[in-house]
Design a protein around this ligand. Sequence first.
Ligand code: CAA
Length: 261
Amino acid sequence: MPADLVGPADLVGTGLELSICADVATVTLARPERRNAMTPGMWRGLARIGNALAGAVRVVVVRGAGPSFCAGIDLRMFSAEGVPGEEANPDPADAAFDESVAGFQAGYTWLRDPSLVSIAAVQGHAIGAGFQLALACDLRVIADDAKFCMKEPALGLVPDLTGTKPLVEIVGLPRAIEMCLTARTVDAAEAAQLRLAELVVPRADLDAAVSDLVAALLSTDAGAARATKALLVQAQGNTLEQQAAAERAAQAVLLAARRGR
Ligand code: CAA
């Protein structure tokens, strides 16, 4: 059981909560008093959850408690005092810098695993690391008060939590350049227009809309859903011939499994 692999004790101090109900895991950023600002401990906690859930659930919902989805990195990380109880920002002069940041990125990359479908439920602000977390998910269901901002360039940083690739893939290179290099805020209506959201709903309906989508995703065959996501994910990098071959191979596996039943 994945819940046994990552229990509440493992997540103490991470600002994360995990609940699992049958095939659905819900990961909650649970520091509403800081608008779910993120720390290294939270990123490492996300990676631990990802390791535990791999292959164990079909859908993962990522949500934020309180008025905002996520206000990005905890800005106290940039102060001399840092965040009490947290590891300091990695030092770029340190040989372990690259490995440290890769460890933080691992908190994001598992959300794209073909074995599951991830949904970000976004209300209020999704800033910097929070925007990138929403981008790490396969799908975004957003409230009509959602606001996205890639704030990093305004703070002298680049977005380094795996957000640049999905952003370019979704909105296109010119719009991604414009959004990031102005660090401007994109509201819910524009987010829908830019395909940053699959669904925009009134704030009060966000949880229900996510539940409906989860139910619809669970209504299809689990094996076929996983194989289809794997095909769709590789489609952009494949030629038509490669993709056609991948479709044949995937279908053969599914049909063989069906005959074996
Ligand atoms: N870090 C630490 N504390 C934060 C925070 C953050 N990112 N965002 C909000 N908080 C705290 C506030 O300091 C405040 O604390 P107090 O009650 O103790 O004063 C509390 O959360 C509530 O904040 P607000 O009163 O500002 O709440 P709001 O709802 O009016 O505004 C907000 C919400 C628009 C998100 C605003 O808080 C804000 O702009 N926060 C900063 C956002 C930001 O610049 N984040 C960094 C992004 S860049 C990044 O993420 C870099 C990276 O990955 C490497």
